[in-house]
Design a binder for this molecule. Structure first.
Ligand SMILES: Cc1cc2nc3c(=O)[nH]c(=O)nc-3n(C[C@H](O)[C@H](O)[C@H](O)COP(=O)(O)OP(=O)(O)OC[C@H]3O[C@@H](n4cnc5c(N)ncnc54)[C@H](O)[C@@H]3O)c2cc1C
Length: 510
């Protein structure tokens, strides 16, 4: 039997489940039976995934998002902070379930015995100076598309100010800006300098409870589990279903699930699959690409290709004890200068330690555990290599982590457990979130997919897009995905006359 619904949502991540929740709670007439969510994987949550089974020391780990970023403007954080709604503190208590892991970061390198003194080396001042240099460099180029990589920008800075920089300042200037690799999940020799340096609206709160709380909560108050079809990858979308046989109620569009002979007919479609999936050519990737009938307008296809997908990953090491400074929040281990991995697209063997910088999060401190737990953030191309070869992770990070040991240079104990993410090998995700390589344009995709400009007659089309990649605010983040799901649900309610919608999308409101 074909499925016939008013709204079909593709993807059961934060955006898709929030869209379903908004439709159900803000509509005066939509019911569970009017909505269906289709999800390719065998679980809900998408890039929110709390691993509660792999730890050998009784902890849990978010393998996708861990932080509430930009707390001052983060709608999800604001909701739980202001304790709106009954029982919200029980769902997530900011004070006991969150932790601001932002004590000054400790910095180490391969050639220093101990921690590097940020003040004596002037490292912080130089980093701030390069950030300002970056801003000024692009103010000068506002009217052009010209871009350079973050690495090239740093080289320009050093070249231009060589006379006033000490040798030590030059040395550290060459490597400290690589910190941004661990924000974007992209190595600095690819990263766009124009978009690398981020403005923040407030602090970042580490979610100790695990982000599955948000997904479980959404399922409790929104769409019921039996309206979420798991293991249902969408293979084809008919933008105009008027001529399809079987469309008894004359629905506007239709969706084909791979391997199923029946279509899902709907009037409104919300597509929340990641940009990495949307940009796949179904002829090249027949098992995972989505075919559009008719094809998406050229402007949209171009916008989808004018941005990349980063590959932030995580490697988690567990130990019997904590052998580093247990009160410290984070350790930044600098890469060596002039490493041979620059410009390499794909790693075919394990690079030498210190080829890429590492940011290690002291999860033992966050959870106040006596057992050792370090979460290391990884960037492309290292992420792909380690996610495919997790047994080599300690060979790469072991010598680097030896630096943070309370007794520097003494070899640290081998981990009792290693957990690595699998986002790059997951065919329905393929990385972490949108990221700008040199020359990319992040605004085009958002404008096209958020309905801001009329890519495919979006102001009237009943096919809508949501997801982290479609939101100016919180792009790449959970709250961006969340707001985009809400945005599209509100559009549908307004357009269909099915609900009372506040005049303007209020960013503080869930
Ligand atoms: C390692 C990592 C760390 C991160 N850290 C943070 C952080 O600390 N803070 C933060 O705010 N954000 C972070 N993020 C980003 C955050 O997780 C995402 O922005 C957010 O979860 C995206 O939600 P979404 O609904 O847009 O997409 P998703 O959660 O990816 O949902 C889309 C769904 O579509 C499904 N899908 C794909 N193809 C098909 C198909 N053909 N048919 C049907 N379904 C399909 C996918 O399986 C997926 O479930 C991180 C992400 C990663 C990977």
């Amino acid at each position: 039997m074909p499925i016939d619904v008013e709204v079909c949502i593709i993807g059961a991540g934060a955006a898709g489940l929030k869209a379903a929740h908004t439709l159900l709670t803000k509509s005066d007439s939509l019911t569970q039976n009017d909505i269906i969510v289709v999800e390719a994987q065998d679980r809900v949550g998408g890039r929110l995934y709390t691993d509660r089974t792999s730890s050998k020391i009784g902890l849990h780990y978010d393998l996708g998002a861990s932080w509430f970023h930009d707390c001052l403007s983060n709608v999800v954080f604001q909701h739980f902070y202001s304790g709106e709604g009954e029982g919200d503190k029980e769902i997530f208590d900011i004070l006991s379930d969150g932790y601001f892991d932002d004590k000054p970061v400790k910095v180490f390198s391969s050639d220093e015995i101990a921690e590097i003194d940020m003040h004596k080396t002037n490292m912080e001042t130089i980093t701030n100076d390069i950030e300002s240099f970056c801003e000024l460099y692009f103010i000068d180029k506002l009217s052009t598309d010209e871009d350079i990589t973050l690495k090239q920008l740093v080289e320009l800075y050093i070249q231009k100010y060589s006379k006033i920089l000490t040798e030590q300042e030059k040395k550290y200037a060459k490597v400290t800006m690589r910190y941004y690799e661990l924000w974007h999940g992209v190595s600095w020799d690819r990263l766009s300098a124009r978009y690398a340096v981020l403005d923040h609206n407030g602090r970042d709160l580490f979610n100790k409870k695990g982000y599955d709380f948000l997904i479980n909560w959404l399922l409790q108050i929104g769409i019921s589990r039996d309206r979420v079809l798991l293991n249902s990858p969408v293979s084809k979308i008919y933008r105009d279903a008027s001529k399809l046989v079987g469309n008894r109620r004359h629905r506007k569009c239709a969706v084909e699930i791979r391997g199923s002979s029946e279509l899902i007919y709907c009037d409104y479609l919300v597509v929340t699959v990641p940009q990495s999936i949307l940009s796949l050519d179904h002829k090249v990737e027949p098992n995972y690409g989505i075919e559009w009938v008719p094809v998406l307008p050229a402007s949209m296809q171009t916008a989808l290709k004018n941005i990349h997908f980063g590959a932030l990953g995580k490697v988690i090491f567990e130990f019997d004890s904590v052998w580093w400074n247990k009160n410290q929040d984070r350790f930044f281990i600098l890469a060596d200068e002039n490493v041979a991995t620059d410009g390499i697209e794909t790693l075919t063997s394990l690079p030498k330690p210190f080829s890429f910088p590492a940011l290690a999060i002291n999860s033992s401190n966050i959870h106040k555990s006596d057992k050792g737990s370090l979460i290391i953030l990884t960037q492309t191309p290292l992420t792909e290599y380690l996610e495919s070869n997790p047994d080599q992770a300690w060979s790469y990070y072991g010598p680097m982590l030896a630096r943070i040991s309370s007794t520097p240079y003494s070899p640290p104990p081998a981990p009792i457990n290693t957990i690595t993410t699998k986002w790059t090998t997951n065919p329905y995700i393929r990385g972490s979130y949108v990221a700008c390589y040199k020359g990319d344009d992040p605004t085009e995709i958002i404008s096209q997919l958020s309905g801001e400009i009329d890519g495919m007659g979006l102001s009237s089309s009943t096919i809508r897009f949501a997801g982290e990649h479609t939101s100016f605010e919180g792009e790449g983040c959970v709250h961006g995905a969340w707001m985009s799901g809400m945005r599209e649900a509100e559009w549908i309610l307004k357009h269909s006359g099915r609900g009372e919608v506040t005049k303007k999308l209020d960013k503080w409101r869930l």
